[in-house]
Design a protein. Structure first.
Lengths: 121, 363
């Protein structure tokens, strides 16, 4: 009984931890993708889906809106051949600074985690 | 047989089955409700655009009507609100903005409505009143030995500007009511009392104490303004424009009158129309007389110009000031005050000497 409970609890934690990790870097990844120039929302989606960062599409829109409202992203309307104009997102100057900061933090984390993993192999 | 409805999603028309429409509408409503009106609308717009694209692809493949299954599929890909939250926990707080509004307001300078430094509009935002009242108050204070300018400069120095939107929200704060203001005033006066007890500590926190003392009368005035505002809420705009026109005419007249009188005093000093018990004609030889007159002219003229501009603002109901213009005016005013003081120092002994002489002659 107790063992079973432990295992079950453990599983939930692992899912939870994974989700937490993804959550933490989602903004970072969105800014990264947007930093290469004007991108369409579904292009960003495909990039993030490729690396298994996003489970449902809807997650991304509130995040994009929030990044835009914080002045890190902006969007322009561009004509499309099929249908109404589309929002193309690009990174702002503040967004770039923000991203550079995150990049630093990430490489720092990457380095120390790798060392940690090596140390306790 | 099923009933179908025509809907538009992101400016594209789709034929959709009635049950599918109900499902889609519920879904979009849930998203909108979750994120609140302001943010929600934009998010729903993006989600609608994305769903429209998915439906368009189906339509391109020759599918004429969107069915309930299509909507299910789209919702599955987009995810429900609960699933958004699983990906991002922070999103579960739709009351971000409300929390800010519930905080007590903070006094900031308002960079969006600036004559000089945005002090008055910031104070007005703090008391939820029209910046016009505060500006008039400062100009009236300025007519009393320039104290308005002094207080303004001090406040400009100590009040920080509202740099970002969060601070701007904090500046506006929550809707004010009389009880809350009384509460704030009570708290502050309580704190002032306590601060008075520990003078030593008070000195350490000198800035804080000065701040409080400067705030206290402003707080009381705020109380007055809010009551006045409640009375005149609807009548104010019309009355304001009306008053503005009257004031504008008066101030223009005052400026003209001032200019003519100073002109006469400067260039036609022997005019028989000048009636004064100060011997102006006798003083007119001195260079200080002319410097003094010109200075006095500007000392009075500049507040009048500000009042005139305020009247224009009242009539247009829009800030008619330009920052650089205001700064130049204030600079000229300060120079003029200095000039007038210097001239007064020189002329005062002459005037008293003349009066003494006149007295002696009279005897």
């Amino acid at each position: 009984m107790t063992g079973n409970f432990m295992v079950k609890n453990n599983e939930i934690n692992i899912e939870n931890t994974k989700a937490q990790m993804r959550k933490g870097i989602l903004e970072f990844c969105l800014l990264l993708v947007a930093s290469r120039g004007k991108v369409y929302a579904s292009d960003i989606l495909n990039e993030l889906r490729e690396i298994n960062l996003i489970v449902v599409e809807g997650t991304m829109y509130p995040l994009l809106t929030r990044l835009k409202n914080s002045g890190l992203l902006k969007y322009d309307w561009e004509e499309s051949k099929s249908g109404p104009p589309r929002k193309y997102y690009s990174i702002t100057k503040e967004g770039k600074e923000f991203l550079n900061e995150l990049k630093k933090v990430w490489s720092g984390l990457d380095k120390s985690i790798s060392e940690l993993i090596k140390k306790f192999k | 047989m099923k009933k179908a409805i025509a809907i538009t999603l992101n400016e594209t028309i789709f034929q959709i089955a009635e049950d599918a429409y109900v499902k889609l509408d519920e879904y979009l409503q849930s998203v909108k409700e979750h994120y609140g009106v302001k943010e929600g609308e934009e998010i729903v717009f993006d989600i609608e655009a994305s769903i429209a694209e998915k439906f368009s692809q189906k339509a391109d493949k020759g599918k004429e009507i969107i069915t309930s299954e299509d909507v299910d599929e789209a919702i599955k890909v987009m995810g429900t609100v609960d699933e958004f939250e699983e990906d991002r926990e922070e999103d579960s707080n739709p009351n971000n903005e409300n929390e800010l509004i519930d905080k007590p307001r903070r006094l900031f300078r308002n960079p969006d409505d600036v004559i000089l430094g945005g002090v008055c509009s910031g104070i007005a935002a703090y008391f939820q009143t029209d910046p016009l009242f505060i500006r008039i108050l400062f100009i009236i204070l300025t007519l009393f030995w320039g104290s308005g300018i002094l207080v303004y400069l001090i406040l400009w120095a100590i009040i920080p500007p509202a740099k970002n939107s969060v601070q701007k929200l904090e500046m506006r704060g929550k809707p004010i009511n009389l009880e809350e203001i009384q509460e704030v005033v009570r708290e502050k006066s309580q704190r002032l009392k306590e601060e008075g007890k520990n003078i030593i500590e008070n000195v350490k926190r000198k800035r804080g104490a000065v701040y409080e003392i400067l705030y206290f009368p402003i707080k009381l005035l705020g109380l007055l303004f809010v009551s006045l505002k409640k009375i005149g809420q609807w009548s104010l705009p019309v009355l304001g424009i009306f008053m503005g026109i009257i004031l504008l005419v008066s101030f223009v007249a005052a400026i003209l009158g001032l200019t003519v009188s100073v002109g006469v005093l400067l260039f036609n000093i022997n005019s028989p129309y000048i009636v004064s018990n100060i011997p102006l004609a006798g003083l007119s030889g001195s260079i200080y007389y002319y410097a003094g007159m010109v200075s006095v002219y500007f000392v009075v003229l500049i507040p009048l110009i500000f009042l005139m501009m305020l009247s224009v603002t009242m009539v247009r109901r829009k800030n008619s000031f330009q920052k650089i213009f205001s700064i130049i005016l204030v600079a000229v005013w300060i120079i003029a005050v200095t000039g007038a003081s210097v001239a007064a120092i020189d002329l005062a002994p002459k005037v008293s000497a003349y009066i003494a002489q006149a007295d002696a002659e009279g005897k």
